[in-house]
Write a protein that binds this ligand. Structure first.
Ligand code: NAD
Length: 363
């Protein structure tokens, strides 16, 4: 098989789906690699680092030859349509973001695997792009918060007196939230976290954070949270509003699969915070956990700075790409042997991620 990597076309996307390390592993499985020149550069992988790969300047020519296209975000639909029938596309295909994408996969008889649909099972962990990328997002979100804050994070004892550590609250303790807690702790802040899944208490505490108990528990299916009822939401908000008056920094990461981000921080809560407080809303991409968030912008409201950064994993493109590329490799390795690609439709990891195959819609 020919595995192809072309430059990412989505604006601001600096991650790449194949690293020099995974290129070597693909070659060892008998694959031929064809790369657009410079495809790895946004993640600081030079062409020379991809030992054994072939290169072209012409992305369309590479796509036309691909048996497998690996990507972070997919090329636009017109480009996808130029791939040959039967070719496989693996990446974050985000079918809900662009319904025409699945139509294109179907009409062009492409096989599309959307890695964000992988079940969160033990076997899928090595391919779990949501986890590998969320970790980077949580880390960067805390660094942005520290950068925007007019306060130190750590406690400092100086000749000019003692500085109290910042109080940082992490909202949502999934993969991103737990990495945010660990990062804020390493910077010396006093860290609290909360989540609606009760098992997060122990996870937050094991990272040196304090569990903020808002009296709401809403575990859903598959290890995820469910949406809160109106009563639960009111209770969470009443307790939170009081608590936020003493918090210096909030990083929000709460999400419910397939739903817009839950609105947890209201405008009134922001108004009640101390001047100089900072909120970084990691959920900006899906609408934000704060009512005032403007995706992609940093604004000020009553002395509180509010950032809604987009695509944070891309800011850590080198490590995010190394991990993403390993996830992609581990997924394709299920089907690659002796240079041949054989898809096992009885494997739930293959079946559940598939959006389209052989001219049929699978999702
Ligand atoms: P996510 O991105 O869907 O959500 C982030 C967090 O927000 C979750 O912890 C969720 O409980 C929380 N949340 C939702 N609504 C909230 C609210 N109203 N208030 C406060 N918090 C709220 O989650 P994720 O990071 O993708 O992880 C979800 C779960 O999957 C976690 O338990 C994680 O450990 C688990 N997981 C398992 C595997 C595996 O076993 N293979 C891999 C990755 C993640």
């Amino acid at each position: 098989v020919s595995i192809v990597l072309v430059r990412e076309s989505a604006s601001g996307e600096r991650r790449v789906a194949m690293s020099p390390e995974t290129a070597k592993k693909f070659t060892a499985l008998g694959a031929r690699l064809l790369l657009q020149r410079g495809a790895g550069l946004p993640a600081h992988f030079t062409d020379a680092a991809y030992a054994g790969a072939e290169f072209t300047d012409d992305a369309d020519a590479a796509l036309a030859e691909a048996d497998v296209l690996v990507c972070v975000q997919p090329p636009d639909n017109a480009r996808l349509a130029r791939m040959k029938p039967g070719a496989v596309v693996v990446g974050l295909l985000a079918p809900h973001a662009d319904p025409a994408r699945v139509d294109t996969l179907v009409s062009s008889r492409l096989t599309g695997f959307s890695l964000e649909r992988l079940p969160r099972t033990t076997r899928a962990q090595a391919m779990d792009v949501l986890s590998s990328q969320a970790g980077m997002a949580g880390y960067k979100a805390v660094l942005i918060a520290a950068q925007l804050a007019p306060r130190y994070f750590p406690m400092l004892t100086t000749a000019a007196g003692t500085i109290r550590p910042s109080k940082v609250l992490i909202v949502g303790a999934g993969v991103a939230g737990l990495q945010a807690i660990a990062t804020a702790r390493r910077l010396g802040a006093q860290v609290e976290g909360f989540d609606v899944r009760p098992e997060t208490r122990e996870q937050i505490e094991s990272l040196g954070g304090k569990f903020l108990d808002l009296g709401v528990s809403a575990a859903g299916e598959g290890g995820y949270a469910r949406e809160l009822t109106a009563d639960e939401r009111a209770e969470q908000q009443r307790r939170l509003a009081e608590h936020l008056k003493s918090v210096d920094v909030i990083v929000t990461t709460a999400a419910v699969p397939g739903r817009p981000a839950p609105k947890i921080i209201t405008a009134a809560m922001v108004a009640g915070m101390k001047p100089g407080s900072v909120i970084v809303d990691l959920a900006a991409e899906t609408g934000g956990n704060c009512e005032l968030t403007r995706p992609g912008e940093t604004i000020e409201s009553g002395g509180v700075t509010l950032a809604g950064p987009l695509n944070l994993p891309s800011q850590g493109s080198l490590h995010a790409s190394e991990m993403y590329a390993r996830n992609v490799y581990n997924f394709l390795a299920l089907s690659l042997k002796d240079g041949q690609l054989t898809l096992d439709w009885n494997d739930e990891l293959i079946a559940k991620t598939c959006l389209a195959h052989a001219g049929e819609r699978r999702a």
